[in-house]
Design a protein around this ligand. Structure first.
Ligand code: MN
Length: 236
């Protein structure tokens, strides 16, 4: 046991991380924050208020699944949905970060999927209970390799799309976000103090739908990258 591990009563859990494109290094994940309802067409398909301010929910850091990975079909649901989203990875943080300073906190960007047990999310909503059981389950946050801002800058437009078994299901443009990335960082940092290692999933365009075991899910954001995962059988 290392000197550090000896401080703990059990072995510390492994550090959650996301791969970095073209590198052996990893981006360590502290927390995963997600924006709810950030593209107008998705708000319409979910039948929600188009004028509401942004709201946030979280997933555990260890819900990350790497590019090329398998997501075991989760328990208790009959309606797991895909939501392709741009991922923002922070290298620094703070409280009340104004939009004009927010990009300075970003290390890089990637492609993620906010997997959702839609039936459980809606059931929780209807009885005014928290969303975790619908959103924060194991393997609910696939995330492709991150690309640093030094290579791609701060993408504010570009096609974001998701295919299931080769058929396009979701398609939109980053410029359709209701709250752009700097505004999202600003609003979230009013609620919590952000820090290096936090990532933000920035909301999904229209076209969300159910996945079943065996599905191959391919995502792409123009100028950012790609992510492919397969939906596996339920974990035995
Ligand atoms: Mn989402």
């Amino acid at each position: 046991m290392s000197a550090d591990a000896s401080k703990y009563v059990i072995a510390p859990p492994p550090q959650a991380a996301i791969r970095v494109k073209g590198s052996d290094k990893l981006f360590p994940v502290r927390r995963i924050w997600c924006v709810g309802r950030n593209y107008i067409e998705h708000i319409r398909e979910m039948g929600q208020d188009e004028r509401a301010p942004p709201f946030f929910f979280a997933k555990p850091a260890d819900a990350i699944v790497h590019d090329g990975g398998v997501v075991p079909y989760p328990p208790l649901t009959k309606d797991m949905h895909h939501e392709v989203e741009m991922v923002v990875a922070l290298k620094s943080g703070g409280s009340d970060i104004k939009p004009e300073k927010a990009n300075d906190c970003v290390w890089g960007y990637g492609v993620g999927i906010d997997l959702t047990r839609r039936d459980l999310q809606i059931a929780s909503r209807e009885i005014k209970r928290p969303w975790e059981i619908g959103k924060a389950f194991d393997a609910s946050a696939p995330c492709g390799a991150l690309v640093p801002t030094s290579e791609i800058g701060h993408p504010a437009k570009g096609r974001i799309a998701l295919k299931v078994n080769g058929a396009v299901k979701q398609e939109g443009d980053l410029n359709q976000m209701i709250w752009n990335v700097p505004e999202t960082i600003w609003k979230l940092s009013e609620m919590v103090e952000l820090a290096a290692g936090d990532i933000i999933m920035t909301g999904t365009p229209a076209g969300v739908g159910a996945l079943v075991p065996g599905d191959k899910v391919e995502c792409e954001i123009e100028g950012v990258g790609t992510l492919t995962v397969t939906i596996g059988k339920p974990k035995a």
